[in-house]
Write a protein that binds this ligand. Structure first.
Ligand code: SF4
Length: 258
């Protein structure tokens, strides 16, 4: 499957474009309600309390880690942010550190110059407009430099416990590959996932699907023989019909940077 460039559609879309977007979100899942329920029931048994893999110590460091993770691995981000967050875990300390020193901490991460600029700018804005606190609404988060809809959704879910679905490359691939919530853009997939996933599973759905995509339903070749939903899956790419044993796994896999 081709890599898809993930970009949220701008909030200022014209009425006609918005109507068209609403129409395209109606692409149907190929699963019945009972099948979707069973898919997420199994994910919930496998990982009752899934966790994200980006290390952070508060909402601000989570926001920074997610912003740094675009086009980078969680392992690479964690390696850089461990020493960074030891010295700068608030917007004030990040500003005191300054853009030059911040660049040194994160220079192993792709696009680090631009990301350093954004982290300094968002720290300034947090202090100027939000009293140094990370805001709790998507609209407010998305006015911060370098923060798009996906980053805002991750922060709302992980830091503030809100039911959001951040569509990253794994969720986009799985939703389309297994035709659970097909969509041409991340926003369409997000809307469709929010519609088909039962309410009680929404809070953890993002992490279940990320972990499933990262370690089982992989981009190049899905490892269907290790998949707990292989009997339900309706993907044309499926290579096995027998589900893997449903056993509880750790809530996260701690990635190790090379
Ligand atoms: S059966 Fe294969 S294609 Fe379907 S969800 Fe599992 S790993 Fe992905």
């Amino acid at each position: 499957m081709k890599n898809v460039k993930l970009k949220s559609s701008p909030g200022s879309a014209k009425p006609r474009a918005a109507t068209a977007a609403r129409r395209t979100t109606r692409q149907r899942s190929v699963y019945s309600k009972a099948e979707v329920e069973e898919i997420f029931r199994r994910f919930s048994v496998q990982r009752p309390e899934p966790k994200g893999e980006l290390e952070h110590v508060n909402a601000f460091t989570l926001l920074v880690a997610v912003a740094l993770s675009a086009q980078a691995t969680d392992a690479g981000v964690n390696k850089a942010t461990r020493p960074l967050f030891a010295v700068a875990d608030t917007p004030q300390k990040m500003l005191a550190l300054g853009e030059g020193k911040l660049r040194d901490y994160i220079k192993t991460i792709g696009l680090y110059r631009n990301k350093a600029k954004n982290v300094i700018a968002l720290s300034e804005k947090l202090i100027a407009d939000f009293g140094g606190e990370v805001p709790r609404t998507r609209e407010e988060l998305m006015v911060l430099p370098g923060v798009g809809r996906k980053t805002a959704n991750v922060v709302l879910q992980m830091a503030f416990g809100q039911r959001t679905i951040a569509v990253d490359t794994h969720l986009f691939r799985i939703a389309n590959r297994i035709r659970l919530a097909p969509g041409k853009t991340p926003d369409e997939v997000e809307a469709n996932l929010m519609r088909v996933i039962p309410e009680k599973y929404l809070y953890h759905a993002h992490h279940w699907l990320i972990l499933h995509g990262r370690y089982v339903c992989k981009a190049r070749r899905p490892e269907c023989e290790r998949c707990i939903i292989a009997d339900i899956c309706k993907s044309p790419e499926k290579s096995c019909d027998i589900p893997a044993p449903l056993v509880e796994l750790p809530p996260q896999v701690i990635p190790v940077a090379g």
